[in-house]
Design a protein around this ligand. Structure first.
Ligand code: LLP
Length: 451
């Protein structure tokens, strides 16, 4: 299909009533022992496009977006939903998300440009991150984005200088650090004072009270306490402390905050996503009961009762993670007295999460062979590091060379965190819509990366 032709998976579907955020429902399922994504066999995708390949379900993506939008509409308060591009910035995926009217949360000049090119309106884009360069600040100002999120006093001064020099009004949010424990992996916990993010409330108060730059307009507050948050309490706690801060600014200084962005972080279940009686039981250790979207919005809205504030949530993972499986082929197996290994053609350069955070991703075969035994297997990649694994000591249906496997929930921080480590070309990305599949990013070639 040529680039200019309309893409069917981009067409928004009309909202359908969803009972919840669709937990444990998935567009990946078994029929006649074959794993499907929508109506396409995973084994067929592997044959057609090769492996490793990220395979996305367009309808799951739409369900996630609609689930969020309808929960946001139903909640009290005025909510906007933005998408955090850092989770996945494939341009075709972005076009689908933008077509539903979501805003965009970006963290670099590159993400800002791809958001604009993918159809997110400039006035829906916020620019987060603790270290924006002068060049990135200029880019944000020149494109009249919704707000630059300020993470330090020095950054505010730099923005004020650049705005004055260009005579461009800078709309800014101040990112506050509410010192709330998100109860997630320490590497993705961002709302504690020992984390590098935001400005402590005590320091934010004098900064905001004294914010008097001719070309800076302070319109909002921002806070993001972490990612893969599987309890609603930390969200409620952060929202409550920010709502109190909004009231304090109003009563003590007469400063009216009209926009509050509560960041992203809604967790998803990574266990038991695809089930079949023949597969080893994929037990949920601790994250099967993540809050539904409705609970998140209720808890986060409640503290703002009585305030005239537009609220924004900016999830990445909850929109894209469970839409995708990383499909890989077993190259070799080997066994010693300590372990059984399956060496597959996907590695930590394709999916870094298990190596970096010890993250769990369910792994299932593309075809169930009922004669296979359950075997405790370590699924590892070809990279020359012991930390290169997709699963360690996992009970799986035993694997053999040439088997195709699917590593589930790989859509968020999967391709986005991939690299050319060991000079390995990045994987291809394919989207499935109904019974059709289409490549949305070509596999890199060795020549591409040797340039
Ligand atoms: N907003 C801000 C300011 C953020 O820093 C993030 C994520 C988000 C929104 C989106 O968070 P989400 O809804 O996706 O949880 N690589 C890690 C996750 C890093 C998250 C960084 N910030 C992982 O693979 O788990």
């Amino acid at each position: 299909m040529g680039r200019s032709e309309s893409r069917r998976y981009c067409t928004p579907i009309s909202p359908s009533p969803l009972s919840s955020n669709g937990l444990n429902q998935t567009q990946f399922y078994y029929r006649n022992d074959e794993l499907y994504c929508e109506k396409v066999r995973i084994a067929e995708v592997a044959e057609e496009f090769g492996t490793p390949v990220f395979v996305y379900s367009a309808s799951r993506l739409k369900e996630n977006i609609l689930g969020l939008l309808s929960a946001a509409d139903a909640a009290s308060g005025r909510w906007r939903v933005s998408y955090a591009l850092k989770a996945n910035s494939n341009p075709e995926i972005l076009k689908v998300i933008a077509s539903f009217g979501l805003g965009a949360s970006v963290v670099s000049g590159g993400e800002l440009l791809i958001a604009l090119r993918s159809g997110f309106p400039a006035d829906s884009i916020t620019f987060d991150g603790p270290g924006k360069t002068e060049q990135e600040i200029r880019l944000a100002l020149d494109n009249n984005i919704k707000a630059i999120v300020v993470e330090s006093e020095q950054e505010l001064e730099t923005i004020a200088d650049i705005a004055a020099e260009r005579e461009k009004l800078a709309r800014v949010y101040i990112r506050v650090n509410p010192h709330v424990d998100a109860k997630t992996h320490p590497y993705i916990s961002t709302g504690l004072l020992e984390n590098k993010f935001g400005i402590a409330l005590e320091e934010a108060e004098p900064l905001i009270a004294g914010c008097n730059y001719p070309w800076v307009k302070l319109v909002g507050l921002h806070s993001h306490i972490g990612s893969q948050i599987t309890e609603s309490e930390p969200f409620a706690e952060a929202a409550s402390s920010i709502a109190d801060f909004v009231r304090l600014l109003q009563s003590k200084y007469g400063i009216v905050i009209s926009e509050v962005d509560l960041g992203g972080g809604i967790g998803i279940p990574y266990h038991g996503v695809v089930r079949d009686a023949r597969l080893p039981v994929d037990t949920a250790s601790g994250n099967s009961d993540v809050p539904e979207f409705a609970t998140y919005f209720e808890k986060a809205s409640a503290p703002f009762a009585g305030l005239q504030v537009e609220l924004t949530t900016e999830p990445g993972r909850a929109i894209i993670a469970d839409t995708c499986a990383l499909v890989s082929t077993v190259l070799y197996t080997k066994k010693n007295s300590a372990r059984t290994f399956a060496i597959v053609d996907a590695a930590m350069n394709d999916l870094l999460r298990p190596s970096l955070y010890g993250s769990y991703h369910q792994i299932v075969p593309a075809t169930i062979d009922p004669t296979r035994q359950h075997t405790v297997t370590s699924v590892v990649g070809p990279i020359c590091e012991t930390g290169d694994f997709l699963a360690l000591d996992r009970e799986l249906l035993s694997l053999r060379p040439k088997d195709t496997i699917a590593v589930l929930c790989a859509g968020a921080y999967g391709y986005a965190l991939s690299s050319n480590y060991n000079l390995r070309p990045r994987a291809a990305e394919v989207i499935v819509f109904g019974s059709e599949s289409e490549i949305i990013r070509d596999r890199e070639t060795i020549e591409d990366i040797l340039q």
